[in-house]
Design a protein around this ligand. Sequence first.
Ligand SMILES: Nc1nc2c(c(=O)[nH]1)N[C@H]1C(S)=C(S)[C@@H](COP(=O)(O)OP(=O)(O)OC[C@H]3O[C@@H](n4cnc5c(=O)[nH]c(N)nc54)[C@H](O)[C@@H]3O)O[C@H]1N2
Ligand SMILES: Nc1nc2c(c(=O)[nH]1)N[C@H]1C(S)=C(S)[C@@H](COP(=O)(O)OP(=O)(O)OC[C@H]3O[C@@H](n4cnc5c(=O)[nH]c(N)nc54)[C@H](O)[C@@H]3O)O[C@H]1N2
Ligand SMILES: [Mo]
Length: 673
Amino acid sequence: MTDTHCPYCALQCGMRLTGTEVAPRGGGLCQKGWTAGRLLTSPRRLSTPLVRVDGELRPADWDTALDTVAARLRDTIAASGPDAVGVFGGGGLTNEKAYLLGKFARVALGTSQVDYNGRFCMSSAAAAANRAFGVDRGLPFPVTDLADADVVLLVGANPAETMPPFLQHLRRATASGGLVVVDPRRTPTAEQAALHLQPAPGTDLALALGILHAVVADGHLRRDYVAARTSGFDAVWRIAAAWWPERVERVTGVAAADQRRAAALLAGARNAYVLTARGTEQHARGSDTAQAWLNLALALGLPGRLGSGWGCLTGQGNGQGGREHGQKADQLPGYRKLTDPAARAHVAGVWGVDPAALPGPGRSAYELLTAADLRALLVFGSNPAVSAPRAGHVVDRLSTLDLLVVADVVLSETAAMADVVFPVTQWAEETGTMTNLEGRVLMREQAVEPPDGVRSDLAVLHGLATRLGQPAARFPVEPSAVFDELRAASKGGIADYYGVTYDRLRSGEALHWPVPSTEHAGTPRLFLDAFGHPDGRARFVPVDHTGPAEPPDADYPLLATTGRVLQHYQSGAQTRRIPELTAAVPDGYVEVHPDTARHAGLADGDLALVESRRGGATVPVRFVPSMRTDTVFLPFHFPGDRRANLITNPALDPVSRMPEFKVCAVRLTAAPS
Ligand SMILES: Nc1nc2c(c(=O)[nH]1)N[C@H]1C(S)=C(S)[C@@H](COP(=O)(O)OP(=O)(O)OC[C@H]3O[C@@H](n4cnc5c(=O)[nH]c(N)nc54)[C@H](O)[C@@H]3O)O[C@H]1N2
Ligand SMILES: Nc1nc2c(c(=O)[nH]1)N[C@H]1C(S)=C(S)[C@@H](COP(=O)(O)OP(=O)(O)OC[C@H]3O[C@@H](n4cnc5c(=O)[nH]c(N)nc54)[C@H](O)[C@@H]3O)O[C@H]1N2
Ligand SMILES: [Mo]
């Protein structure tokens, strides 16, 4: 029997494993969690390296696979320079893996071209939090604090499906009529809300300005807090003053009276929170949109006050830790900046290399995946053939590479395209740490023996690095050795893990970063005394509404948005291989209002072509009477011609480089038979 945590989302529910049998520990589990053990015994698990020979992936031994990759990387670097090699990581990797992957890219390959799937996930909220607070930790307070809230505004979040056990923390707000949900769809989360605001996709920024307008106009601005703890309100108000609720109603479709009701509920609460997730963040103006909700929270005096706050719901299991330790294009461990000379000197010192040898910042995820000058790519913990925006184009680009290498536990759609596939250990087969949505570092203990033939990602990186001429000790295989190095590399940084040790985690201590020394008890609540900027104040940032990058027109008259269902996880690589989950939701679909579908000549269950300027997804129609008539919705978990990302718009946010996953213009027709 081993105590561990769930392999999926950032809530990281406690789990007890007996063999591969799962039971909850403390809180609850969702259907994905209950069935997580199936992937440990799945017959579709990879257990031998694969090397492409004569166009076909064939089993190979480890030395052959590692030698092949190292030789071809050396050739690519010799011919085209280190920046012709890219590395793509994932927010599901442990802290140890994410850290060693960033180090491998910069030191063993010498490339600046490293980024990860968290760019598609958290980057807009992170950019907003950094601007406002000077620190980005998804929830700057323990998730259990939410239990005392009487009002919670959930924006673009559907935790009833994406984080079901999280809802227990909102019980009080829900029961007292204080749950407000902003979502273009009437989701299972919206069903539980006292107030559901249903804006057109891509109009959230206007809605946030309208609610802020109502807060101020109705006399609810927290003037003392704004004066004592913030700066920059006047510039924000100059914009919001022009967005009176009736004007916002015309842009968003949300009744002015409902905007005022939301403002009054938030202002009248004893304890209130504003929480955002991907619905409002995955836009070409996602940073500004997240900022607009943050401005609202500041005007209400919520952040940095015990029992109230602003936060963003981190997505992937290690979405938080994964964005702190250097797999991001502009980042060094400890949430340090690659452009900061002091940070470079510190980390280079820990790594035993010359600071001048560290490359500078690279390109963001979509730009990296589609870069014309990229010749080789190594993918660890992501399936971009399904999950990247404008996936048809991404697949075309990946197929022109000289070398595609994928480390995975299953033959994902991306792995199936690779030249070499490394079969790696997963979750319960290895030890490592994860940092959950509240910035708490968790120990995920090995619970079962890995199948014969697989190795850990750390061993793969070690095997490649040593073949590329690196000293063996620089790329340890033992997770505890990697973690001790990570602690030293993060020391003094924003996300300081120096005081976190395996021993402390194993003794059950709850450690939220920063933890600057081994005597330090951790920081469950940031900002109670001061925000992270040098003057200690939070910053209002002026942002204005501009609308989606691709507005609907006569050719593409509908808005398409995308997201998740309870039973499937991300690209579906894991959950589509679990029988209970595929039985529950076997296939992709498009949710459409019956009137919109009939207008296109489609009946419930008919196969439709949902087409944008980038491509089309072929999916059965599902009649959903609560949908807006101008909007359709596709889950993105399914491969092939069901792929939602065949249509999505890779317009990137100027600050976060987040693509516009959540809105693009489409037309709906019957699929050609
Ligand atoms: N079951 C399941 N759970 C998961 C995951 C999974 O794949 N499956 N993935 C995990 C990860 S990595 C993440 S990032 C989280 C994501 O968790 P969420 O953010 O809750 O999930 P999404 O379904 O992507 O988006 C939430 C909602 O945004 C709405 N939305 C679409 N467009 C807009 C818009 O313009 N404005 C607003 N306000 N809302 C909009 C959608 O209708 C959707 O209901 O879930 C985590 N948990
Ligand atoms: N249209 C649309 N597209 C989206 C989104 C959306 O809302 N709409 N959401 C975006 C978001 S928020 C995210 S986070 C991304 C996620 O999309 P992906 O990055 O594709 O995420 P996963 O499907 O979780 O892929 C993880 C892969 O790593 C493998 N894996 C699991 N554990 C390990 C491990 O320890 N080591 C290695 N090497 N591999 C492992 C899994 O089997 C799987 O193949 O999708 C983005 N794409
Ligand atoms: Mo995510």
